[in-house]
Design a protein around this ligand. Structure first.
Ligand code: F6R
Length: 611
């Protein structure tokens, strides 16, 4: 899992503080639960850091500015340890000689921490990052570069690091493994950054570090090495993007960037929880098998897209765990006087963890004595703090109003939960669970392959952009997916659409099907495939123009629809992760074809903190 924090480093002749703060401001979209800087001056690395947005740090530095021409800065999206002043970066060793900022996860940090604790080191935070500062102090041999080389040999996991020390204040070191890092080359000044936008105002000439490489920066030089000391010759990259495009990694909108981040978000959400075909959540969920056995029903409560993930959660939990599940829209749940007992497990799903209706439902359920499990994407959010149990999605910050990567990560969290409960409660034969756990990690690559080939979706989007009404239909697990596809389309293209369980159309809505109306039909569920084809024929007979979305290798769908796109085959239970991708792209391209502000659609906000 890779947190999406931001790193900036500066060495030159100007005041570092303002350059670091400006750089961090450009990276705030990467994480915004805490921020900090360290600036070298007169034999000391002075640190200012605080929980909260960058503006909180700015208040500290406004009151008491840090002077100096070398420093590092960080904006954090918490993973290990809640957002707090202590857990904010930069971190330092006890002697206050090394200061570091870090993106990534040091997987073996507990081993290193224990070893250092035995040697008498004490730790001020809960982070994996702090161990690196102490490790550097322990290994220091008079040369920062060789000390860093020794330290990285001990570290497993992912890291992008910027490192300063007081013994060699003419130097900054950057080192990377599996977490992006670049070096910006200026005139009499050089920069480190996790992302190009942070430094674009100062230079467009950058070196992009590869895994296992480090850079040593002084005011006038940048040298690149591998972490075992071999010099690296790299061509400098001249960035031609404007700052706004750079923030989006070159994508035109955050939504498109986040759609493309899904393979990674899926991998990160699975990582460390699924090993050798076994799902283990015991480190995150404190409920004992005996306590889990006592639950006789599950309520899933959420809003919007998260509610759609909940609808899929119902099928997943009911089929794997065989416990009855009810799914509720949070704003309805509280007022329907739900039957809650200590043997009810209430699952709330919320990307932001701050949605007022979802929080109210969480509180109500707790008060009624139910146990609440929160699935959220934001460490330290209200849901994460108030739920009895928390299962994080590791999608990274989601900036676009329309949720995409958070949604697919919520689905992954639900599959993990279902598999874990099924194993602990023994509700399914091992072989059946194994089939699902083996198919899960393949989803990431399968999503990637859908993203690589979406020309026909784009063309279809351009056609529907001319319409004011359309339909989505699906059966079984395709039904919640079309609800999500329809919501996505409505919110960012302003086209009216209805999502229907395909078998329900003939009970009234079929009257609306007329010549030329677009119908998007999902047909990925084997068990109801033939029934779905009949429903498609029903709408086609009334003049609908049908886009069929089916599984690769099922040619019969091709014959019944006007246009046909496919997704790779997986277990029916897992198809929602794949089938939603073309629908997200459809919404995105329809929105851009209509010239709408995709990332900030009218009347909507990213976090809905009012009821
Ligand atoms: C739609 C969307 C919303 C959210 C809903 C809940 O694209 O993003 O429907 O899913 O407002 O938000 P969270 O998950 O933050 O509780």
């Amino acid at each position: 899992m890779k947190p999406m924090c931001g790193i900036v480093g500066y060495i030159g002749q100007k005041q570092a503080q303002n350059i670091l703060l400006e750089g961090l401001r450009k990276l705030e979209y990467r994480g915004y639960d805490s921020a900090g800087i360290a600036v070298y001056n007169d034999g000391k690395l002075n640190v200012k850091k605080t929980k909260g947005p960058l503006s909180a740090l700015q208040q500290l530095t406004d009151k008491d500015p840090l002077s100096g021409e070398m420093g590092i800065g960080h904006t954090r999206w918490a993973t290990h340890g809640k957002p707090s002043d202590e857990n904010s970066h930069p971190h330092m060793d006890e002697k206050q000689q090394f200061s570091i900022v870090h993106n990534g996860i040091i997987e073996n940090y507990l081993d290193i921490k224990e070893e250092l604790q035995e040697k008498g080191y004490t730790f001020a935070s809960e982070t994996d990052t702090e161990v690196i500062a102490h490790l550097l102090s322990e290994l220091y041999d008079g040369d920062l570069v060789s000390t860093v080389q020794k330290a990285v040999k001990r570290m497993e996991g992912a890291y992008a690091l910027a490192i300063a020390n007081v013994m060699e204040p003419d130097k900054l070191v950057a080192v990377r493994l599996a977490s992006p890092l670049i070096v910006g080359v200026g005139d009499g000044e050089n920069f480190i950054a996790s992302d190009i936008p942070a430094i674009l105002e100062h230079t467009r000439d950058v070196y992009v570090l590869n895994d296992g490489e480090m850079a040593v920066l002084t005011q006038d030089r940048v040298e690149l090495f591998t972490t075992d000391g071999t010099p690296v010759n790299r061509d400098m990259l001249h960035v031609t993007w404007d700052a706004a495009t750079a923030e989006k990694d070159g994508y035109e909108h955050f939504m498109l960037k986040e759609i493309h981040e899904q393979p990674k978000a899926i991998r990160d959400t699975l990582a460390a929880r699924l090993k050798e075909g076994v799902v283990d959540l015991s480190r995150e969920i404190s409920l004992t098998p005996e306590e889990l056995k006592r639950f006789d029903k599950v309520h899933i409560v959420a809003c919007g897209t998260a509610y759609h993930a909940g609808l899929i959660g119902k099928s997943v939990i009911e089929s794997l765990v065989r416990i009855p599940v009810e799914v509720d829209i949070a704003s309805e749940y509280r007022y329907r006087n739900p039957i809650l007992t200590p043997s009810t497990l209430v699952i709330v799903i919320s990307q932001s963890g701050e949605t007022a209706d979802t929080l109210a439902a969480l509180r109500e359920a707790k008060q009624a004595g139910a146990r609440v499990l929160g699935i959220t994407n934001v460490v330290g959010s209200s849901v994460a703090r108030e739920a009895d149990e928390v299962l994080m999605t590791w999608a990274g910050p989601e900036i676009a109003v329309a949720s995409t990567k958070a949604y697919t990560s919520q689905l992954i969290a639900i599959y993990l939960l279902g598999l874990y409960l099924a194993r602990v409660l023994g509700t399914q034969p091992e072989e059946q669970l194994l089939e699902v756990t083996e198919a899960l990690p393949r989803l990431s690559e399968q999503v990637k392959s859908i993203l690589e080939d979406h020309g026909s979706i784009r063309k279809f989007a351009e056609k529907i952009a001319q319409h004011e009404n359309l339909f989505f239909i699906g059966r079984g697990l395709d039904y919640p997916v079309v609800l999500e596809g329809s919501l996505k389309l409505k919110e960012i293209s302003y086209i009216h659409s209805e999502a229907y369980a395909a078998g329900e159309l003939k009970h009234g809505t079929l009257a609306l099907i007329e010549e030329g109306i677009p119908v998007i039909a999902l047909a990925t569920q084997q068990a109801v495939h033939d029934k779905m084809v009949s429903n498609i024929i029903e709408v086609k007979a009334r003049g609908a123009h049908v886009l069929g979305l089916g599984l690769e290798g099922r040619t019969d769908l091709d014959r019944s629809v006007d246009e046909h796109i496919t997704i790779p085959e997986t277990l029916s239970l897992l198809t929602p992760v794949l089938s939603v991708i073309p629908l997200q792209l459809l919404a995105y391209y329809t929105s851009t074809a209509r010239g709408i502000n995709v990332d900030k659609p009218r009347n909507l906000a990213k976090s809905v903190t009012v009821e």
